[in-house]
Design a protein around this ligand. Structure first.
Ligand SMILES: NC(=O)c1ccc[n+]([C@@H]2O[C@H](COP(=O)([O-])OP(=O)(O)OC[C@H]3O[C@@H](n4cnc5c(N)ncnc54)[C@H](OP(=O)(O)O)[C@@H]3O)[C@@H](O)[C@H]2O)c1
Length: 319
């Protein structure tokens, strides 16, 4: 089996978790890195035994890597994805995939024109527990899913964090809300209507949003915030029972399945590695088998989740 050779763009906290996860992915390795601050790339490469450091993005993209993992702030995701795809590399890009729908559409069109694999790094979809729940629900464990409730709010971000910065497309919705949007879209399909309430904090980003949506197959009720403490649980409700994903549901490790007649079953699948290894392993399998889009996270799902998040963001920010 051919090893997939990754180049990493950005060397912050999530890039470190990605590299830690790679140790748990068969036949995949980080062989090169680029960061806008080369001194930090040097430290990152040394700490993680990455042999090649490039001073420019162009040099990284001209090298013999198979794929890039993009781990920079939100507004840079689309342009970096497009540059990598045009250079013939497969792209695994951190969430959110883009900060506007127009940007995402350009990324997807570029991936299609270049005939290269492109996937958003929407990690919960690939965790073992989430996959088990998918199988159980497909087998009829809770009937037909018609309602999703999910959210999280974390008021502990330090001043100056990118998520509090409007210039970095900050705010709870694009940071953590996008996970809840993914969950809703994953089970219920795209939205036809989104209703939102929220507030804007001192720095000008959305610091709380509560939004409910009508989807193709049901209704979702979601929240996210940066100014109150809220637990990260998720409810997947079906016609014959429900699954409660326990805190923090987007790193799914424990859940309770309850049938309409009250029978309870505790589900637990502790993830190994950093958890990012599951999405990476899936991405590598797609790349090896010549696929350009994930059947688990197709482009349309990434788009539908971004669309409902941006609709809510526009309503909350009044833009
Ligand atoms: N999947 C997950 O669980 C998860 C968790 C956290 C974050 N994320 C996502 O990952 C992304 C990065 O978050 P993080 O927490 O890793 O951030 P971080 O620790 O601040 O790291 C950001 C990295 O991007 C670089 N960078 C900053 N601005 C840039 C720009 N304009 N162009 C190119 N590179 C730039 C930084 O370079 P310098 O070293 O020069 O500052 C740094 O290497 C975010 O989009 C976030 O949504 C995902």
């Amino acid at each position: 089996m051919k090893a997939i050779r990754f180049g990493i763009i950005g060397t912050g906290s999530i890039a470190q978790r990605f590299v830690s996860g790679l140790a748990h992915v068969p036949q995949a390795e980080a062989v090169a890195v680029f960061n806008r601050t080369t001194s930090k790339a040097n430290l990152f490469a040394a700490a993680n035994q990455i042999p090649q450091i490039y001073a420019t993005l162009d040099e990284l993209l001209a090298s013999d890597i198979d794929a890039v993992y993009i781990a920079t702030p939100h507004p840079s995701h689309a342009a970096l994805s497009i540059a990598a795809l045009k250079a013939g590399k497969a792209v695994l890009c951190e969430k959110p995939a883009a900060v506007t729908l127009a940007e995402l559409d350009e990324v997807i069109a570029t991936a299609q024109a270049a005939q290269r694999l492109y996937m958003e790094a929407m990690k919960p979809a690939f965790f073992p527990l989430y996959r088990e729940i998918r199988e159980r629900i497909a087998a009829g464990a809770i009937g037909e899913v018609k309602f999703i409730r999910a959210g999280f709010s974390n008021p502990t971000l330090p001043a100056g964090h990118a998520v509090l910065d409007p210039a970095q497309a900050g705010g709870g919705l694009l940071d953590i809300g996008i996970y809840a949007a993914f969950l809703a879209v994953d089970w219920l399909g795209a939205t036809s209507e989104v209703q939102s309430l929220g507030r804007i904090g001192a720095t000008g980003v959305d610091t709380f949003a509560s939004w409910q949506s009508q989807h193709q197959h049901g209704i979702s009720q979601l929240y996210c915030g940066l100014d109150v403490a809220g637990s990260g649980e998720a409810l997947i409700a079906g016609t014959q029972g429900y699954v409660l994903l326990h805190d923090k549901w987007w790193n799914p490790a424990r859940a309770t399945l309850v049938t309409a007649t009250g029978e309870r079953e505790e589900l637990a699948r502790a993830p190994i590695g950093s958890g990012l290894n599951y999405e990476t392993a899936h991405f590598c399998e797609l790349l090896r088998s010549g696929q350009q889009e994930s059947p688990i996270l197709p482009h349309a799902k990434t788009r539908a989740a971004l669309q409902m998040t941006l609709q809510s963001r526009q309503a909350v920010l009044g833009i």
